[in-house]
Ligand binder design. Structure first.
Ligand code: GLU
Length: 604
């Protein structure tokens, strides 16, 4: 089966394959050997998938496209300030090979014209072990995700005829823009332009730029994150010779073209495009590649300044502890206290990429809620990334909330824990899941509100068990006599998922946890029962197999009504059976109501 994406590229290829306008670059004699029919189109996605149609594996020389990438290396070697002091970032409006330097300083207008690119080469360091051209080759290879090599014939051809570029080199030397003998630097520049690439390489280089400098094929860091916007910035304003203004207006993507016939375009954050066809227009841009990019931008809505989608807001939903509680059965008074004071705990589920624009509404909400709550839980389960700006804002708001008496905690923070700790958050405010975070905040609220707050009694007699609340002393005596006693050590499984349900349990001391098995080594806590509470009713009543595990979380003692005894109660003491069933029914009603409140909060 063919992907519709490949089909789109194929249609474009068919549309322009017969277009024969333009001419081969001939000022470098070797370039005239190109086949005018060569034509390839590639898109590389940010997760490293390459779509390709046509001559996508045909090698050709990268030429000026190399200028954009090696600018990144110069910035990494020397820092932005130093590079900017020698090479401007202003579109020149001149042809690529013009000997145009800023009057006065002699600085080239930008790194995309030859003067700027030769000056850029001069900025790249010759290290003790590697020459400039070796370092440039490695740098570009990392962007492409494969080893690049120089086409010696094209290099010699350009070197034999590139007197104009030599003149530029000497001018740069004259103005002190380059500090050494310019001849070696110009040779390095010729070699850099003669690196062989394919149109697929260009697309992957584009995807690397789209992916914040990380090559999506190899996962290797190719360009330092902090300079990606500088590289894309000069590509956007100066990348297409003196057609750069038209290009950004019509196509709307940072791009660079070369006289070898290639164009590399980038949709930042999303994808890279490589198109190759050697017939050039008067500005030196590939005729077919320009048409393909214009159509692609229009058909796939890629124009950077008119994005068809905006990132989703970071706030996915919010609720408080009057609506959603930790997964444990609370004693009635504690439960009622939380229904009353639960607004003091606010949960905010966040999602997607946390950037200034998506995160700002979260900050606004935190400021608005601060007077009404004491605990804020930020659930990061659906957060894809958090940038430095948001980390800073989070640290500041966390501090302000703290001064105001509101504690900020996180759950599902494991992936982002490193960034959060670097921003100054302690590990003890990071909980593995929302259940644990809610439990901790609930305990704090309950402790503050209920004097002598004890979450649960240490033990309960049968008369104190909720399902026996209506029984008279005679009935309790009967139950005492006939109900089995069991005890389990902490960690022991009392009930296994899938087993037959012939028993109904009440807890008389200790506590048990209901665990739903997610897979072979993960489970989720659904409920916790403490003394006075019963468990196992559902399957006991409807006869279905047990739907979850029950595990002792502390040494536990239970009393058990087994099926024969229950049948006997039904036959001999029908009113006792009715009382027990009535209490179980009331409990189920309460649980259902609670579940409804929770579901409506979680669906909002
Ligand atoms: N090596 C070529 C030159 O400097 C590159 C030109 C280009 O691709 O624009 O003339």
């Amino acid at each position: 089966m063919k992907s519709p994406v490949t089909q789109i590229l194929r249609t474009l290829h068919e549309r322009y394959a017969s277009l024969r306008e333009g001419h081969l670059a001939d000022y470098i004699p070797e370039l005239t050997k190109a086949d005018p029919d060569w034509f390839g189109i590639c898109i590389a996605t940010r997760d490293g998938h390459v779509y390709e149609v046509g001559d996508t594996r045909q090698k050709f020389t990268i030429q000026s496209i190399s200028k954009a990438i090696s600018y990144g290396l110069a910035l990494e070697d020397r820092g932005e300030e130093h590079v900017l002091s020698r090479i401007g970032v202003e579109p020149s409006g001149d042809a690529f090979n013009a000997i145009s330097l800023k009057p006065g300083s002699g600085a080239p207008f930008n790194p995309m014209i030859n003067a700027g690119a030769i000056a850029t080469c001069g900025q790249i360091l010759n290290t003790g072990t590697e020459t400039r051209i070796q370092r440039i080759t490695e740098y570009l290879s990392r962007c492409a995700g494969g080893q690049l090599a120089i086409d010696e014939q094209v290099y010699r051809s350009e070197s034999a005829t590139g007197h104009r570029n030599r003149a530029i080199g000497w001018m740069l030397r004259n103005f002190g823009i380059i500090d050494e003998d310019p001849r070696d630097i110009v040779e390095t520049y010729f070699q850099q332009c003669s690196l062989l690439v394919t149109c697929a390489d260009l697309a992957v280089m584009g995807a690397t730029l789209a992916n914040q400098g990380l090559n999506p094929l190899t996962g290797e860091r190719a360009i330092a994150h902090e300079y990606v916007d500088n590289v894309l910035g000069v590509m956007a304003s100066c990348g297409m010779y003196d057609w750069s203004g038209e290009w950004i207006y019509r196509v709307g993507l940072p791009a660079k073209s070369g006289v070898g016939g290639g164009i590399l375009a980038v949709l930042p954050g999303q994808l890279g495009i490589g198109v190759f066809s050697p017939l050039l227009d008067a500005q030196g841009n590939s005729v077919r590649a320009i048409r393909v990019c214009m159509d692609l931008a229009r058909d796939l809505a890629l124009h950077m300044f008119n994005p068809s989608a905006v990132p989703p807001p970071a706030l996915r939903r919010a609720y408080n502890a009057t609506q959603v509680n930790s997964r444990r059965r609370l004693p009635v008074d504690a439960f009622r206290t939380l229904r009353r004071y639960g607004e003091r705990i606010r949960v905010m589920e966040l999602q997607g990429a946390l950037l200034f624009s998506t995160f700002e509404p979260v900050i606004r909400e935190l400021v608005r809620q601060a007077p009404y709550c004491q605990h804020v839980i930020l659930n990061l389960a659906y957060v894809a990334s958090i940038d430095d700006v948001c980390l800073r804002m989070l640290r500041d708001i966390g501090k302000q909330l703290g001064d105001y008496g509101v504690k900020l905690v996180f759950c599902h923070a494991a992936r982002l824990a490193k960034s959060l700790t670097a921003a100054g958050f302690e590990l003890d405010v990071m909980f593995p899941n929302e259940d644990a975070a809610l439990e901790s905040c609930e305990n704090a609220v309950l402790a503050a509100v209920m004097q002598d707050h004890r979450m649960e009694p240490e033990s309960a007699t049968l008369a104190e068990c909720a399902i026996f609340a209506d029984c008279d002393p005679e009935e309790i005596r009967l139950l005492e006599e006939r109900m089995e006693s069991i005890s389990h050590a902490a960690g022991e499984t009392i009930i296994q998922t899938g087993s037959r349900a012939d028993e109904l349990f009440v807890v008389t001391s200790g506590s048990v946890e209901v665990r739903l098995r997610l897979d072979s080594n993960r489970s989720q806590r659904l409920d916790v029962f403490s003394p006075g509470m019963s468990f196992g009713e559902l399957a006991f009543l409807d006869g279905s197999p047990r739907s979850a595990d029950i595990v002792a979380v502390a040494p536990v003692k239970c009393r058990v009504i087994n099926r024969p005894f229950f049948d006997e109660i039904g036959a001999r003491h029908p009113s006792l059976k009715a009382k027990i069933l009535n209490r179980i029914a009331l409990q189920l009603c309460e649980r259902l109501r609670q579940a409804n409140v929770e579901i409506s909060a979680l669906r909002s």
